[in-house]
Design a protein around this ligand. Structure first.
Ligand SMILES: [Zn+2]
Ligand SMILES: [Zn+2]
Length: 143
């Protein structure tokens, strides 16, 4: 059986989210292509939308809340590593208010505009960063 047919055989398309019914790790479906095991949402993207550009992630955006097992290309989007982290942070904050602080240590709110997320997933406050930069500039000028 070609792997395309083998892939869709394992997908339950009865709902809005197309659910992966075969093996999964941490909620993400896995599919073997030759010797390699790939994320099934990535395989779905490749089958439906074409190759995934180097360095990009296939991320979920399911209307009813993210479903890692979902392989519906309409619920998937391509993002960078930073998008991936920012998305996780935003959704983490949405589902669990206590996991992420809403304000920095100086009391600035972590709004999307004021929050920078590094590629490692660390957040920092842009306001504070600005203040630190100003202080550094001042101390360099000796004032
Ligand atoms: Zn979905
Ligand atoms: Zn701050």
């Amino acid at each position: 059986m070609p792997h395309t047919a083998r892939f869709w055989n394992k997908v339950d398309k009865s709902g809005a989210c197309w659910l992966w019914t075969a093996s999964a790790r941490k909620g993400y479906g896995h599919f073997r292509v030759g010797a390699r095991s790939k994320g099934s949402h990535r395989v779905s993207w490749e089958l439906e939308r074409g190759p995934i550009p180097e360095g990009l992630h296939v991320l979920h955006n399911c209307p009813g809340g993210d479903n890692r097992a979902c392989v519906n290309p309409d619920h998937l989007w391509l993002g960078t590593n930073a998008d991936n982290m920012a998305d996780k942070v935003a959704k983490g904050r949405h589902t669990n208010q206590n996991t992420y602080k809403t304000h920095c240590k100086r009391g600035h709110e972590f709004t999307p505009e004021n929050t920078h997320t590094t590629s490692e997933g660390w957040r920092y406050c842009r306001e504070c960063k600005k203040l630190t930069n100003q202080q550094q500039r001042r101390s360099k000028n000796g004032k």
